[in-house]
Design a protein around this ligand. Structure first.
Ligand code: IMP
Length: 195
């Protein structure tokens, strides 16, 4: 099993990614390596933020690490909230505020197609790699379910009858944007180790 530093302060994501990775890797948190800092994410794209976060932590610790960035892209809103998903309803807003805002913007709208997109930037032995995961679905008209976080209560993935907030975590992780991006990173790592 290898150790890999995850450049995030979000404990929920840390747990989710450790669950997805299972026993292949042990995820170290910033706290584990004494780097409990605010990480800048000031770029205008999901890719840019993932790279910025990974480089910041790599430069600070010198360790192999990865960072992720995610956005919810809604077709009828020209891809918004996208890179602004965390603070769509304003600085210091809650998950509920963000959901209220997109439901309002989509009221009366027939096209409710959306996708979650995650980009992971991995810095390994001085080289940078990117892995993308995406899941398509629709935004429901009301909230359903109490699990998960963020926009989970209003995201219904294609082919399912439950929103992310109604699914057991193993099901969400198996099909989610983050799950798919992590899966690509693990497959890449494993193929590298097999060489
Ligand atoms: P981050 O880049 O992973 O921090 O994600 C930015 C924002 O996207 C979060 O604050 C959430 O609002 C939303 N988000 C990210 N991942 C998920 C998810 O798995 N479910 C629901 N919302 C998410």
């Amino acid at each position: 099993m290898s150790d890999l530093l995850f450049a995030t302060n979000n404990q929920h994501k840390l747990r989710e990614i450790q669950d997805i990775l299972g026993h292949d890797f042990k995820i170290l948190s910033l706290r584990d390596v004494g780097a409990d800092v605010e990480i800048p994410e000031t770029q205008e794209t999901i890719e840019g933020n993932a790279v910025q976060k990974a480089r910041f932590i790599h430069e600070m610790t010198g360790l192999n690490c990865f960072a992720d960035d995610t956005g919810l892209e809604i077709e009828s809103l020209q891809g918004r909230p996208g890179v602004y998903s965390a603070r769509y309803a304003g600085e210091n807003c809650s998950f509920d505020d963000n959901i209220d805002k997109i439901l309002l913007e989509l009221s009366g709208c027939e096209n409710r197609k959306a996708c979650f997109r995650t980009v992971i930037c991995l810095i390994m032995d001085g080289h940078e790699y990117q892995f993308e995961g995406r899941v398509d679905g629709v935004i429901t008209k009301e909230r359903h379910g109490a699990d998960g976080f963020g926009y989970d209560p209003v995201f219904l993935p294609d082919g399912f009858k439950q929103t992310f907030a109604e699914m057991p975590s193993y099901l969400k992780n198996g099909i989610s944007h983050r799950g798919r991006a992590v899966d690509k990173m693990v497959k890449w790592q494993n193929s590298k180790m097999a060489k």
